[in-house]
Design a protein around this ligand. Structure first.
Ligand code: CLF
Ligand code: SF4
Length: 525
């Protein structure tokens, strides 16, 4: 059962042009106009030609809304919102909100003053930090004073930073005016159901109009508020992302309907996240043995949603106090005591100049990719071959990390016609204090053992041998080159060696099954 729309799509289409753009983009499967199987996520490599200009302006340097941007731009969260107005069975209130944070993580809570100071400190140290999100540790909109005070001040004091928030949606409709007042043009709503019977298995209670409501009545109210809030945001031209926690046996098949319903209401992206329910986190699901999804289950749901709202696949389920590129955690560099000691110079011009350089790099990356594709198209090819390669990168879209320094590998699917991001794998750090820890090698190799090659800036003899023995080619010939160009160039060489009879191509499993595994494996790490 899904709730009837409070605002019809026809009404929405009569609204502002931004609304039309959002609806059209959502209707076409998100910003990926050629979206579909294998075309991973919003803007996997998409640019201004793939979407309306006003949408591109909003997503082009948002690392969560554009996969391509996440190689270049960073986000940060400030933990100013401790309270929550609902209870999710996958949440333990001792920890951060699991709707958009890794469960089991605790963030230091900040006042709006401390939060603004921290944002300015990070912005002066990391000029590619373009987005400030409030994603807990409770619900951003259950703490409206602190949340909007932080946004109000940042809108004035850091005008080039995009503002972003994440909410369970219960208080959303009444907050839409405030959201628009501070130009918060990216909002995430966690929507795990559109059927209150399903919802009653996820939410034991909500706090609504000064009283606790339980069971199906609670889920009915939450559902109504979520749908209404989503429609209202779409009508106001705010980009929305829907997060759904995949809970096997509870909402797995049901998420297909969720995808359909949120697409109808203009959701820009749908981020299906695997449930993480370790018993030691002390959540209801963790303590009652509710398991998270297998890679195949996650993949099956994502595949079934293809053609619906466009899927995000590069989420890292980050902390409520995360700082840095997605996949890196620099929060330790900006603890309260360290921020207090910092000289903070928020220099807008310097930030803009830096970001212009980033844009020049991005354009160069696209040119390199196109050149590699053109070169690949010119060679005689076994075009049906597609392989996975693992990339060690610390950002800027380049192969620029030492094997031993990687804590995750980005995974690209490469064929003669394409090289695109399909996920990431977290791994244990190999290099410990200047020495390789060989005990880590088996787990690192096993994390990428469905890849044909790993492209790195540098690699030592020991991991090189271990990878080679596992059938994974260690490659440092493309150090500091752009990722797609490097992957395509390696692939062209791989095909040439096959053509010369030097090697035989051997498939290493079904890439699409593994694609589902990336997120699950990483999230469980
Ligand atoms: Fe933060 Fe969320 Fe904004 Fe991004 S995170 S509030 S939209 S700035 Fe991003 Fe982190 Fe995934 Fe969230 S990777 S958990 S999707
Ligand atoms: Fe926990 Fe977030 Fe759910 Fe609130 S909304 S109960 S903080 S997971």
């Amino acid at each position: 059962m899904s709730n009837t729309a409070f605002v019809s799509i026809a009404d929405l289409k009569r609204g502002r042009s931004a609304v039309s753009a959002i609806l059209e983009t959502a209707a076409s499967g998100g910003c990926s106009t050629t979206g579909g199987e294998g075309k991973a996520s919003c803007g996997s490599s998409d640019g201004p030609a793939d979407m309306p200009a006003e949408i591109w302006e909003k997503v082009k340097n948002h690392p969560c809304y554009s996969e391509e941007a996440h190689h270049h731009y960073a986000r940060m969260h400030v933990a100013v919102a401790p309270a929550c107005n609902i209870q999710c069975n996958y949440c333990n209130r001792k920890y951060d909100c699991s709707n958009e944070s890794r469960p089991g993580v605790v963030s230091a809570k900040l006042t709006p003053d401390q939060a603004v100071n921290k944002v300015l400190a990070v912005a002066s140290a990391i000029p590619q930090m373009t987005v400030l999100g409030i994603a807990g540790p409770g619900d951003a909109l259950a703490n409206p004073k602190k949340t909007f005070e932080t946004f109000r001040r940042l809108q004035a004091e850091a005008p080039d930073i995009k503002l972003c928030l994440s909410t369970n949606g219960l208080a959303l409709p009444e907050m839409v005016d405030e959201i628009c007042k501070y130009n918060i043009d990216h909002v995430t709503i966690t929507i795990n159901m559109v059927d209150p019977v399903v919802g009653a298995r996820i939410y034991p209670w909500i706090f609504w109009q000064h009283r606790r409501v339980t069971g199906i009545a609670a889920a009915t109210i939450l559902h109504r508020q979520q749908m209404l809030g989503l429609e209202m945001l779409t009508a106001r031209g705010v980009l929305t992302k829907v997060n759904s926690v995949l809970i096997p046996g509870v909402n797995d098949a049901h998420l297909i309907e969720v995808n359909r319903e949120v697409k109808k209401r203009g959701a820009f992206l749908h981020n299906i996240m695997p449930l993480i329910s370790e018993a030691e986190h002390g959540t209801v699901f963790g303590l009652t043995g509710q398991r998270g999804p297998s890679a195949q289950e996650l993949k099956a749901v994502q595949d079934a949603c293809m053609g619906g709202a466009n899927l995000m696949r590069h989420c890292r389920q980050c902390r409520a106090d995360a700082v840095g590129l997605l996949g890196e955690d620099r929060s330790e560099e900006f603890t309260q005591d360290k921020v207090d000691q910092m000289e903070i110079v928020y220099d807008l011009e310097k930030r803009r100049a830096y970001q212009q350089q980033v844009e020049i790099e991005r354009q160069a990356q696209q040119v390199a990719k196109q050149a590699a594709l053109d070169a690949a198209a010119d060679t005689a090819a076994n075009d049906d071959i597609a392989v996975l390669v693992a990339i060690a990168t610390e950002g800027q879209g380049r192969v620029n990390q030492h094997f031993g320094h990687a804590t995750e590998f980005q995974i690209y699917e490469v064929s003669a016609a394409q090289a695109h991001f399909v996920g990431h794998r977290r791994v244990d750090l190999y290099c410990q204090g200047g020495y390789g820890d060989d005990e880590q090698l088996p787990s690192i190799v096993s994390a990428i053992n469905d890849c044909h090659a790993v492209l790195v800036a540098k690699i030592g003899a020991c991991p090189r041998d271990e990878l080679t023995a596992a059938g994974i080619e260690p490659v440092d010939a493309y150090a500091h080159e752009f990722i797609e160009g490097a992957a395509l160039a390696w692939f062209a060489d791989y095909r040439a060696r096959i053509a010369r009879g030097e090697i035989t191509h051997q498939a290493r499993g079904d890439a699409r099954i593994r694609q589902g595994a990336y997120t699950a494996a990483a999230s469980a790490a």
